[in-house]
Design a protein around this ligand. Structure first.
Ligand code: NAG
Ligand code: NAG
Ligand code: NAG
Ligand code: NAG
Length: 236
């Protein structure tokens, strides 16, 4: 009895860890993260948009890169190279972080909720990334203290998507095969040309083998199609 409960609990924990690992989004860059199931978040479309302001215009956020975010009516700024900036009550532009300061974080209780967290000096800013379809990107500020700020960025670019990363193993193999085939025929032809003074079809390395190949393939296919029977093979 104890044993079966024990293994049940262990099993449950393993399932939980697997699910968590699957939905855990690993940072690829300040702008992208990738989960085990090849899905992830890609904010790069937002790099060309923005910076985004909240309604009261005391927060501004430029996803993915650092720009001059100094507020117009501020008389002092450290936001010249910044990804997120706050306009203080004394009209100072205060940088809350650079693009490279951000960390991707997914809350345990919400598999599809993502946060970008900026730690900068003694400020911490949490930006909740909310997905919406066919909407305009908006930045909304939530409750905050003097050093901790909560914001929500709602955007089409915050949706979980399938990430295509480079080439699959299959296509790499095909490309390698084509490259080596090319090298084989080219260097073979050069060698035959200069070592044996070959011309025309003689330039093809192992010409006899390659010219026999279509016939061999045809015989092989016929042999297979005729049910591998050597009798019908003989008849051809
Ligand atoms: C932003 O501006 C609003 C309205 O002026 C104010 O209530 C809020 O406290 C400001 N937020 C911060 C972090 O200064
Ligand atoms: C900015 O403005 C505030 C209030 O008007 C003033 O106290 C402060 O000295 C100014 N700072 C600079 C750098 O001009
Ligand atoms: C901040 O700037 C605005 C607009 O320039 C001005 O009206 C306001 O008095 C300034 N506040 C402070 C504290 O300097
Ligand atoms: C910001 O949101 C988190 C939950 O995501 C909460 O625990 C925290 O207290 C909030 N911060 C402030 C300053 O309200």
């Amino acid at each position: 009895m104890f044993n079966s409960i024990n293994s049940f609990v262990t099993f449950g924990i393993i399932i939980f860890i697997i699910n968590y690992a699957k939905s855990h989004c690993v940072e690829q860059s300040a702008c992208t993260c990738l989960r085990d199931d090849k899905r992830g978040y890609d904010l790069r479309p937002l790099a060309d948009q923005g910076p985004f302001h909240n309604k009261k215009n005391n927060f501004t956020f430029q996803p993915c890169r650092n720009v001059d975010l100094t507020f117009k009516n501020s008389n002092d700024s450290d936001c010249q190279e910044s990804s997120i900036c706050l306009l203080s009550r004394s009209n100072r532009s205060i940088s809350l972080g650079k693009a490279e300061d951000s960390i991707w974080s997914s809350p345990l209780n919400n598999k599809n909720g993502m946060h970008l967290v900026f730690h900068h000096e003694n400020y911490m800013t949490k930006i909740k990334l909310e997905c919406c379809h066919g909407c305009v990107t908006t930045l909304v500020d939530q409750n905050s203290t003097d050093t901790e700020y909560n914001l929500t960025l709602t955007s089409e670019s915050n949706c979980l998507i399938t990430m295509r990363r480079g080439l699959s193993t299959g296509s790499i193999l095909v490309i390698l095969l084509l490259v080596f085939t090319g090298i084989y025929f080219a260097s073979g032809a050069l060698a035959l040309r200069f070592l044996r003074g070959a011309v025309g079809l003689e330039l093809i390395p192992n010409y006899e083998f390659w010219s026999d190949l279509p016939g061999l393939v045809r015989d092989g296919v016929t042999f297979t199609l005729s049910g591998c029977s050597p009798v019908s093979y003989e008849r051809i």
